[in-house]
Design a protein around this ligand. Structure first.
Ligand SMILES: O=C(O)c1cc(=O)[nH]c(=O)n1[C@@H]1O[C@H](COP(=O)(O)O)[C@@H](O)[C@H]1O
Length: 236
């Protein structure tokens, strides 16, 4: 799959999103549609993005009982997106059912979307995880544990910080995807993220994809910000 930085289209509606995308003219981008935009605009916006030739990560982070996730994935499989996700905390069975739903729901002429699992959100710190989730371990231990569960369930990869990417490769295999949000250029505001890295460090540490939102979308010149991220990511 194309390795361009994935731009998080965290906008309130399609007017904002289209205004943003228009700046890139005909460039085919890899974009992420999250809950905010999908809840507002639904599948018609996904179809529009597809008609423009963009690659799409539909980030709805499913986390429910196995049967509900199975039937929801069956529906999402028909949208023709390239990547979808679940929360690994939903458990092995839920992840297996998610994959089954996608496999059954993908039309014959389409490729099944990649299925990845969020391990520990990049906004979560070790202190918060221990205090709020009552996990009395290092944060990396929890991330690696979830990655192993996702791997065993047959998923294509995980969402993780680049700080854990190397250990995940060792615990799974080289082709298991490590998709990394929490990307910031040096000096950027980290906002609500905890485990942040630069595009160049993400590459060096072994991430396969990076997800970048506010550092691009809220930049004074988003095109320039995107080019800087892409340059750093591709050069390393
Ligand atoms: O699944 C995700 O995309 C995701 C997982 C995670 O652990 N952390 C995380 O930040 N994300 C998403 O990645 C994007 C990061 O946005 P910025 O912090 O603005 O770069 C947001 O759209 C988040 O919803």
């Amino acid at each position: 799959m194309v390795q361009k930085p994935i731009i998080a289209l965290d906008f309130p509606d399609r007017v904002y999103a289209e205004q943003f995308l228009n700046q890139f003219q005909d460039e085919k981008l890899f974009v992420k549609v999250g809950m905010e935009l999908f809840y507002k605009e639904g599948t018609s916006f996904i179809n529009w993005l597809k008609s423009k030739g963009h690659y799409i990560f539909l980030d709805l982070k499913l986390h429910d009982i196995p049967n509900t996730v199975y039937s929801s994935m069956k529906v999402l499989a028909g949208l023709g997106v390239d990547m979808v996700n679940v929360h690994a905390a939903g458990g092995s069975k839920m992840m297996e059912y998610a994959l089954k739903g996608l496999e059954e729901g993908t039309p014959k002429e389409m490729e099944r979307p990649k299925l990845i699992a969020v391990t520990q959100l990049t906004s979560t710190s070790e202190e918060q995880m221990q205090r709020e989730q009552l996990i009395d371990r290092k944060l990396e231990d929890s991330v690696i544990h979830y990655a192993k569960l996702a791997f065993k369930a047959g998923l294509d990869g995980v969402v993780c910080s680049a700080l854990e990417a190397g250990e995940i490769s060792d615990a799974t295999n080289k082709s298991f995807l490590k998709v990394t949000p929490g990307i910031r250029m040096i000096g950027d505001n980290s906002h609500d993220q905890s485990r942040i890295v630069t595009p160049s460090d993400a590459r060096k540490l072994g991430s396969n994809h990076i997800v970048v939102g506010r550092s691009i979308t809220q930049a004074e010149n988003p095109m320039q910000a995107y080019e800087r991220v892409k340059h750093e990511w591709e050069l390393n």
